[in-house]
Design a protein around this ligand. Structure first.
Ligand code: PLP
Length: 472
């Protein structure tokens, strides 16, 4: 085609683009807000125009059914919520990218009430005067952990920052080189320490730190001995960590405080799930730490929160820090946290009602039954020539940066697609109404049934069916 005829062709196509008002007339029946419909029409027509100017246009692009199809697809994408429910088939129980912990029903009820109605958030019903939001959970927290006092903030990163700022600002805090953790999302102990104004003094070697290392590093400027749980990694082989009790004894002799950042911080001994024994919060308190910090939404199985417990005088100082106001917990979290703490008053009740604990404690037999049910239902709706459906033993992980070396025997539903690649299947399952997230291994898509609830089975089956027969 000559330059000239090409130019004429482009001019003709540009003239054939429908006007915005004309297009709006085609879609006037749409339920979506007019401003969204207008935005989609304008952007679509601009794209069409751009393609024509770039020499990529053709008359078929301007056919009304084709334009309406593109309009519908764009509008649907814009009208869909960004924040959505997904099905977690990864088998990672405390999955940080998927919202960490699922809350018990009673916590959800209390969140609803806290949002829809007035509450005594900061109103003391006994005196009729202003109250403190922390007092709503402090007594429970003390009862459960054995601590003298406690408070809760936005998350554990905030808890660590607040404690260091209160107790070690412009002073030194001594930490073992083996415990300079980086958690995901750019939380690094040395960086948080720098932000708090505390000076980090590293002692020991990466694999071994002795009590004498701490002792020799103490100066007139030292305020704190800090122990940090190496949540998401393990140093194995020739290793030594100083027990908390020894740090407490040393700190007592030298007039220092001991802080223990437990990270996950559980109130229940994880060895009951066949996992490695982790120090519980109660044990850290009993060993004499002045202040213990942990997350609300890791192994505890509650809402996102940072929980601080310890001796009364230390906690009182933390409560008075003005930074506390900037890190404060909101009423929904507080409502959920109180319900979760109440469940822990009866360990059996906690194990049954808190989803994180129930999933960690689920038996292999129970998971295998769920897997068999899903396989049976999938085979009814997915043609054998499209996808081979089966099941396989797999290992689930705790997640949340807790117990990184530990896994639990579980059962996965396996999908081996024949009419598309496994990577395409993985992508399609992320694009359905309730996305299904799993993992790919050996050209097979695996869905670990530990983290899929019985109530989610129908949605899961529909999602897979929709991928293989999109028009049914
Ligand atoms: C996870 C973790 C944190 C941060 O807790 P968030 O609740 O995620 O803010 C801090 N310290 C340790 C040791 C952790 O494992």
């Amino acid at each position: 085609m000559s330059q000239k005829t090409q130019q004429t062709e482009i001019q003709n196509l540009l003239r054939a683009i429908p006007k915005v008002d004309e297009f709006l007339g085609w879609v006037s029946q749409h339920q979506a807000p007019l401003r969204v419909v207008k935005k989609v029409v304008r952007e679509l027509l601009e794209d069409v125009r751009g393609a024509i100017l770039a020499g990529d246009g053709s008359p078929s692009d301007l056919a009304k059914p084709h334009l309406l199809f593109r309009f519908d697809r764009r509008l649907t994408r814009l009208m869909q919520a960004n924040f959505r429910t997904v099905i977690n088939g990864t088998g990672v129980v405390v999955h940080t990218n998927m919202g960490r912990s699922l809350l018990p029903e009673i916590a959800m009820d209390n969140i609803r009430a806290a949002g829809a109605r007035y509450s005594n958030l900061e109103f003391d019903l006994a005196t009729g005067k202003r109250g403190s939001r922390y007092s709503l959970v402090e007594e429970l927290l003390c009862e459960l952990t054995g601590a003298e006092a406690g408070l809760v903030v936005n998350n554990n990163a905030a808890a660590v920052l607040l404690c260091l700022d209160t107790l070690a600002r412009d002073k030194e805090a001594i930490v073992s080189r083996g415990q300079l953790v980086e958690i995901g999302g750019s939380f690094r102990i040395p960086d948080v320490m720098a932000k708090s104004g505390a000076r980090l003094v590293e002692v020991g070697a990466t694999n071994r730190t002795h009590l004498r290392d701490y002792e020799q590093a103490i100066t007139d400027d030292t305020a704190m001995l800090l122990k940090v749980h190496t949540s998401n990694y393990r140093i194995i082989g020739f290793t030594k960590e100083v027990p908390l009790g020894d740090l407490v004894e040393l700190a007592g002799r030298r007039g220092l405080v001991v802080m223990d950042d437990l990270g996950s911080g559980s109130l229940i001994d994880m060895s009951r799930f066949g996992l490695e024994k982790e120090p519980t919060v109660q044990e850290a308190v009993a060993a004499g730490a002045d202040v213990v910090t942990f997350s609300g939404d890791k192994l505890l199985g509650g809402p996102q929160a940072g929980i601080i417990v310890g001796s009364k005088d230390v906690i009182d100082r933390i409560k008075q820090n003005p930074l506390n106001r900037a890190l404060r917990i909101d009423k929904f979290t507080l409502a959920a946290l109180e319900s979760v703490f109440r469940l822990y008053l009866d360990e059996d009740e906690a194990l049954a009602a808190i989803p994180t604990l129930a999933m960690l404690g689920a038996s292999y037999a129970e998971i295998k039954r769920r897997s068999a049910r899903v396989v049976r239902r999938l085979r009814k709706v997915v043609a054998a020539e499209d996808c081979v459906v089966g099941s396989l033993d797999v290992q689930s992980q705790v997640g949340g940066g807790a117990l990184p070396e530990q896994t639990m025997l579980s059962r996965a539903v396996t999908l081996k697609p024949l009419s598309c690649s496994v990577n395409q299947l993985e992508k399609h399952l992320r694009a359905v109404a309730v996305p299904v997230i799993g993992r790919v291994s050996d050209d097979t898509f695996l869905l670990d049934m530990r983290t899929v609830a019985d109530q989610e089975v129908s949605e899961l089956v529909h999602a897979v069916a929709a991928v293989f027969s999109p028009h049914s």
